[in-house]
Design a protein around this ligand. Structure first.
Ligand SMILES: Cc1cc2nc3c(=O)[nH]c(=O)nc-3n(C[C@H](O)[C@H](O)[C@H](O)COP(=O)(O)O)c2cc1C
Length: 166
């Protein structure tokens, strides 16, 4: 898919079919994440792939709007060391995960974590050192057909509403 089409067509997918994702693809998605821009080139991140069903269940129940994680093939938890720009860096890496997944025909949805009271609880469940902050979890899975149609209806602001030329 061409790059611009990829960017414009991506949508959040919360319903998945029961089809495994090849491990090489998951690794390549994380390779894209680790190449994201990062302030002062600190690369403060670590990415945890959550495939274990019990862990997916547990984490999805801890979140408020991420219950669909339990039906996803896996989740990728994006953690960053608590640097000055950890949030910007973690968000840039998260966006790369969404776009790389879309390139592979995989649906994804960002599950909020930074500023959420449950972020620390999830860090403990995943056994990460205290110096890491959970920025996001991305649920990944091949999309259900009707979900693909539904998400095309998501209302987006027009270019005129959001663009100013000076
Ligand atoms: C910081 C952030 C946190 C988000 N958290 C959630 C979440 O917890 N649960 C969820 O279903 N979607 C979440 N989303 C996805 C947004 O709801 C989605 O991007 C938005 O509705 C626009 O739809 P689109 O991604 O299909 O363009 C989050 C997105 C961002 C950027």
């Amino acid at each position: 898919m061409d790059g611009i089409k990829l960017l414009k067509s991506r949508r959040s997918i919360r319903k998945y079919i029961n089809k495994p994702i090849n491990e090489e693809i998951i690794i390549d998605i994380i390779d894209c994440a680790r190449l994201a821009p990062t302030a002062r080139n600190e690369q403060p991140w670590i990415f945890v792939v959550i495939k274990n069903q019990e862990l997916k269940n547990k984490i999805s129940e801890i979140t408020d709007h991420g219950k669909f994680l339990k039906e996803a093939y896996c989740g990728i938890a994006v953690f960053c060391k608590n640097t000055k720009y950890y949030l910007e860096d973690g968000c840039a890496a998260t966006e790369n995960i969404l776009l790389a997944s879309w390139y592979y025909g995989i649906g994804s949805c960002w599950i909020a974590a930074d500023k959420k009271p449950y972020a620390e609880e999830i860090r403990k469940v995943l056994n990460l050192p205290q110096e890491y902050k959970l920025v996001s979890i991305v649920a990944l899975g091949y999309p259900q057909e009707d979900e693909l149609k539904k998400v095309q209806m998501v209302k987006k602001k027009s270019l005129e509403e959001v663009m100013i030329f000076k």
